[in-house]
Design a binder for this molecule. Structure first.
Ligand code: OXD
Ligand code: MN
Length: 597
């Protein structure tokens, strides 16, 4: 497969430690993947689903203790603690390597080790990066084959130069013991080690571990950015497409926004939305000085519950072939899948996600869930009906606007624009989202999640803000405009004030009008909000008064957000000590002064 001495020496070293019975290179050929699927079905690792209704689709069930990313077991091992920063778990690299080597020792005895060369981004794009994942899991191989570009073409691209950059990724499922589970990034070594898990987010090492944690660190050193952002293209009736990147914490509708279907009256006028990515953006400054985005992934690793024809038709369509489903329920009547929110007909003859045969409606009536709330589909992006024709473009797409967002019952208006890049960086840094409250009217708990990167930043978050500021200086007046949205504002009775989903397009149109200088706005304490006539509410069951409420800023409420002793912005910033860029402190002072006027 390769003559690259660095690659071969590293594989030898890892194999000597893990002691697999056999080593197999993944070539990317369909025949090899098909043989692995057959093997996984024979051992029970995967179940083949109904070939007529779900061609090429498979089912996998994880251990019950291994169903989600484990933030408390995730480490950033930089030489000093300050490089990892106060919101990451840290251990000195030597100490962590010693601890993990003991765990990996002999961990693949009697098992096969697969070598997966993969490219994040189109193979050969100047913005793409290469990784090699060693794993003892066929499930990982088959998921990586959907989520990334794999195989011989990637090794050819890496070439034989022993100094060529690649990320060294090692995964051993071992015995999925949660007490000895570690997901560890060594940014200085371009290395990721994951052990004792077999759940996607912890073991598909190209995704969060590489494309966000390691890549954010590489980006800082190399002058680019790795962000937890979707990328969408919005086409107007004249056929011009403008691109928007948007960062939201989990459960705030990133996949839905990326695949948005415009309201009927806009569709009729000729507006369309094209998906470039639903989770991760790599952002580079292009030859014309503008910011360009590529989606480093090749598939969607989406949360299944809640996905339906109504909420996200395009995501559901993407799962109709060549998809791996993890921890959803099986409808035994026709060997297809089901999850909460798919439709109103849970299967009577069901196998729930842990493998128990149950009567679906009865099980749900007793408070059970057929699918795990974090059950997933791994679907090829090319299945998506609205995939952008720029999806494979090695140069990426030029970004007009960056949008941050969170789930806030009060406080954040439907949309506001930052004054400039520095202020926009501050708007991202103070991003927060609420846990939903059960009782009507009760306000949820605010969790700060800067740029939706809290669990994914590969170095000190304060230095990451510093890098954002540096990028802004390089971009100058070519920088995208930065906005903040909140689809989740509620009235005093706990009802959502904004319809969301496809109607979010109305807000995106205002955002692009602002980028083009086509509309004015009102300046308030936190930035610019739309004039009420500039958000089109044609066909909505909403009055101008209600829209006005959605755009109103309550200065006292904002001051609470600044001062809250547990979750306030002041308190949050304080933990970064002297690492906090002075510009962020200045912006906080400016916000306080504006709110006090
Ligand atoms: C994801 C996540 O899986 O953000 O994308 O957790
Ligand atoms: Mn994500």
């Amino acid at each position: 497969m390769t003559k690259n001495k660095t690659v071969l020496a590293w594989i030898d070293e890892m194999a000597a430690m893990c002691k697999p019975a056999k080593i197999t290179w993944i070539t990317g050929e369909e025949s090899q993947l098909e043989a692995l699927r057959a093997e996984a079905v024979a051992t029970g690792e995967m179940i083949k689903l109904n070939e007529e209704k779900l061609p090429g689709c498979y089912y996998h069930r994880t251990a019950e203790n291994d169903v989600a990313r484990v933030e408390d077991r995730t480490f950033i091992c930089t030489p000093t603690e300050v490089e990892a920063g106060p919101i990451n778990n840290w251990m000195a690299p030597d100490e962590m390597y010693a601890k993990l080597k003991a765990l990996y020792n002999g961990s693949m005895e009697g098992r096969e080790m697969y070598v997966i060369p993969y490219s994040m981004g189109p193979v050969g794009s100047p913005f793409s990066k290469i990784g090699i994942e060693l794993t003892d899991s066929i499930y990982v191989v088959l998921n990586m084959a959907i989520m990334t570009r794999i195989g011989d073409a990637v090794m050819k691209q890496l070439g034989d130069n022993p100094d060529a950059e690649f990320v060294k990724c090692l995964h051993a499922k071992k015995d999925v013991n949660p007490d000895e589970r570690y997901i560890v990034q060594f940014p200085q070594d371009n290395t990721i080690w994951s052990i004792n898990s077999a759940y996607g987010g912890n073991v598909l090492l190209g995704k969060k571990c590489f494309a966000l944690r390691i890549a954010s660190y590489l980006g800082r050193n190399q002058g680019w950015m790795a962000e937890h952002m979707l990328i969408l293209g919005l086409e107007n009736p004249q056929g011009e497409v403008k691109y928007i990147c948007a960062a939201f914490p989990s459960a705030c509708g990133k996949t839905n926004l990326a695949m948005l279907i415009p309201p009927e009256y806009l569709k009729k006028k000729g507006y369309k939305v094209w998906t470039v990515g639903d989770d991760i953006s790599w952002l580079n400054i292009g030859p014309d000085g503008r910011l360009y985005a590529i989606n480093p992934e090749a598939g969607f690793f989406g949360v299944a519950p809640g996905t339906s024809t109504k909420t996200n038709f395009n995501a559901l369509e993407s799962t109709k072939k060549g998809t791996i489903f993890t921890n959803v329920a099986i409808n035994n009547a026709d060997n297809t899948v089901w999850w909460e929110g798919l439709d109103k007909n849970p299967p009577v003859d069901a196998t729930e996600w842990t493998g128990k045969k149950v009567n679906g409606p009865e099980y749900i009536a007793q408070g059970g869930k057929l699918a795990h709330p974090n059950s997933r589909f791994t679907a090829p992006a090319k299945n998506c009906p609205c995939i952008s024709d720029k999806f494979e473009d090695p140069q990426g797409v030029p970004v007009s606007a960056i949008v941050f967002g969170g789930r806030r019952a009060k406080c954040a208006p439907l949309v506001y624009q930052s004054r400039d890049w520095q202020h926009g960086t501050f708007v991202g840094a103070i991003m927060a989202s609420e846990t939903t409250a059960a009782a009507a009217g009760a306000v949820g708990v605010v969790r700060r999640d800067p740029m939706a990167m809290k669990p994914f930043v590969g170095y000190n978050m304060a230095q990451y803000w510093g890098h954002w500021l540096e990028m802004g200086k390089k971009l100058g007046d070519k920088a995208p405009k930065i906005f903040h949205v909140n689809w989740f504002r509620k009235d005093d009775d706990g009802n959502f004030l904004w319809p969301g989903f496809g109607d979010n397009m109305r807000v995106l149109l205002w955002i692009l009008d602002r980028c083009d200088g086509k509309v004015d706005a009102d300046e308030v304490a936190i930035g610019y909000v739309p004039k009420v006539d500039d958000i089109d509410i044609t066909g909505l069951d909403m009055t101008k008064e209600q829209l006005k409420d959605l755009l109103t800023i309550d200065n006292a409420e904002w001051m609470k957000d600044v001062d809250d002793p547990d979750t306030g912005i002041k308190q949050y910033f304080a933990q970064f000590g002297d690492q906090l860029p002075k510009e962020m402190a200045e912006e906080l002072d400016k916000l306080i002064a504006n709110l006090s006027k």
